[in-house]
Design a protein around this ligand. Structure first.
Ligand code: SAM
Length: 304
């Protein structure tokens, strides 16, 4: 076997530096050789949860002093870390899993260290979003490789539905994180808001024993989840296909019945309210109805 440490030591690791280190999202073997080297070299490891990071370190045979930096103490903890860095220590920062700062704490600490004129060095590694995108195939290609990272949607159903409505017309893929206790609601909300044939990659438990990443239609996704009780458990990352050009150009356009209802309601109600009610009655898209209502009203109508 080759001496892997020589691969990691080719780079210099100056003192007085914060090393922001990505850690595995499930499989410990995904910890990079450089991450292993820097975690071993650090005078202390700042982490979101000392128990979690303690377990990771013991699985790779390392023991380092741990400093708790979580979303509730990030500011004060950052002050103490800046002092230690100023004294010449090397400090590594890790979140519970994946890349710090990506739907995880880390941004404030990085900001404080940089503001103090000290160096911040990133060590790349796993992230659930990029892992799922790497197997998204033509969902990614259709948007010329572009994607929008959303992270967690709002927890409340109205706010979540509004967020999905805004994302629905993007011409490229978007990436969501979801917790097990909300995945059923989120898949149902996507099925309710998006055209039924829109595709979705469901990355479940990636890199772990029961990992899977099926590509489904949004209409089929809720039934897929319900088909096996064990599916509702675990961690989820979703890649939602962008709206195709046909979909953007017309599939969302209100049909004749929706236009008739809108016209009737517009005679009595402000444009926004008429569009909302028409959407509830006919299932047509609120945004498209509102645009149509504004067009029918003319510029003079500014009551809403
Ligand atoms: N910083 C992390 C990253 O770079 O991916 C994300 C942290 S965020 C608090 C945790 C969320 O990431 C989970 O709720 C889940 O949505 C997603 N996630 C993390 N590990 C995953 C895995 N193994 N499979 C699928 N999704 C995962």
């Amino acid at each position: 076997m080759s001496d892997w440490t020589s691969l990691a030591t080719g780079q210099t690791y100056p003192p007085g530096t914060l090393y922001v280190v990505a850690t595995p999202i499930g499989n410990v073997a995904d910890l990079s050789l450089r991450a292993l080297h820097v975690l071993g070299l650090a005078d202390a490891i700042a982490c979101e949860d000392t128990r979690n990071t303690g377990q990771l370190l013991s699985r790779v045979g390392l023991q380092r002093p741990l400093l708790a930096v979580h979303e509730h103490n990030e500011r004060e903890a950052a002050g103490r870390i800046v002092e230690r860095l100023t004294a010449g220590e090397r400090i590594a920062y890790v979140s519970d899993a994946g890349t710090p700062g990506i739907s995880d704490p880390g941004a404030r600490l990085v900001e404080a260290v940089r503001a103090a004129g000290l160096k911040v060095v990133p060590l790349p590694g796993p992230s659930a979003a990029v892992t799922a995108l790497s197997v998204a195939g033509d969902m990614l290609e259709a948007g010329q490789g572009r994607f929008t990272f959303v992270g967690f949607l709002p927890g409340k159903s109205k706010a979540r539905a509004d967020a999905i409505d805004k994302l629905a017309s993007l011409d490229h893929a978007w990436v969501l994180y979801e917790a097990p206790h909300r995945i059923a609601d989120t898949l149902a909300a996507l099925a309710a808001a998006l055209p039924p044939a829109r595709r979705l990659l469901v990355g479940r438990e990636l890199t772990k024993l029961f990992e899977e990443a099926p590509v489904l239609t949004v209409a089929a996704a809720p039934a897929w989840l319900a088909a096996e009780a064990s599916r509702g458990k675990g961690e989820f990352v979703l890649v939602v296909e962008g709206a195709g050009s046909a979909e953007r150009d017309g599939a969302d356009a209100p049909d004749a019945e929706a236009q008739r209802v809108l016209k009737l309601l517009l005679a009595e109600l402000p444009a926004k309210r008429a569009a909302k009610l028409t959407a509830a009655i006919t299932g047509a898209k609120t945004d498209a109805l509102y645009q149509l209502a504004l067009g029918q009203r003319g510029d003079g109508d500014s009551e809403d």
